[in-house]
Design a binder for this molecule. Structure first.
Ligand SMILES: [Zn+2]
Length: 246
């Protein structure tokens, strides 16, 4: 059939010209057409529209379910806690990758066939997976030993990663005594352990010679100051009264 429009398929009496198109369409579509009122020429011109919305306007939200057909969203509380993380966005994203098990450690590189070596570059342990990088590698462990309650250390080191994120972000008193801003501090520690690992793994020259713990404390303090400033700005905004023009 030549290039044509829906309006061309309607006769002068406002009825569908079945003979012109019924042999080209499957039966279920013909039933759908039969249930539709013919377009009236005076109403509007033919136009392209997005079929998934009533108003025919495209939106990413309406397209998303067509790309991920079995998507139903995750109900696991850990994702909500990561979403509410108060620190830097790049750390929030990193925590999300940790929860998904997708940070690019050597075990992950082997799994993706990028490499055949899964050893830890820092301590030469045979498998460098997420658990090793962020908890059991000596680079990480020496930091956790200093901040985690002694009686909880074994549980902290052996808990599955999602629960580990969940307790540290949502229940700070469970693992540490210094609970104030522990969620921010925890994110800073995890992030700096990862950066420190990358410095060693990629032999990156370092300008900042502070210890990992000093960097954690500095990052936590800077984040808390920024949060305090933001909340004070919001208070000022809420205090503004706008008078109508006369
Ligand atoms: Zn290691």
């Amino acid at each position: 059939m030549e290039r044509t429009s829906v309006a061309d398929m309607v006769d002068n009496n406002g009825e569908w010209r079945w003979a012109a198109f019924q042999s080209y369409l499957p039966f279920n579509v013909l039933l759908w057409v039969a249930a539709k009122k013919c377009p009236i020429e005076s109403d509007t011109r033919d136009m392209v529209g997005w079929y998934l919305r009533e108003d025919l306007n495209f939106s990413v939200k309406s397209a998303y379910p067509t790309r991920i057909k079995d998507y139903s969203g995750s109900k696991e509380p850990v994702w909500g806690l990561i979403h509410k993380y108060r620190g830097l966005s790049k750390i929030k994203y990193f925590l999300w990758l940790v929860g998904k098990g997708r940070i690019m450690n050597n075990a992950e590189r082997v799994r993706r066939h990028f490499s055949s070596v899964s050893n830890c570059t820092c301590c030469m342990a045979s498998i460098e997976d997420i658990d090793h990088v962020l908890r059991s590698c000596p680079l990480a462990f020496t930091i956790w030993v200093d901040v985690i309650k002694r009686e909880k250390l074994n549980e902290f080191m052996t808990m599955d990663i999602k629960s580990w994120l969940m307790y540290n972000l949502g229940d700070p008193g469970y693992f540490v005594h210094a609970v104030e801003h522990w969620d921010i501090m925890f994110g800073a520690i995890v992030w700096n352990i990862w950066l420190n690992r990358n410095v060693i793994a990629f032999e990156t020259p370092v300008d900042d010679c502070r210890s990992v713990m000093d960097k954690n404390l500095h990052l936590k303090e800077a984040t808390c100051v920024a949060l305090a400033m933001r909340s004070s700005v919001q208070v000022v905004h809420q205090g503004i009264r706008v008078r109508p023009k006369r």
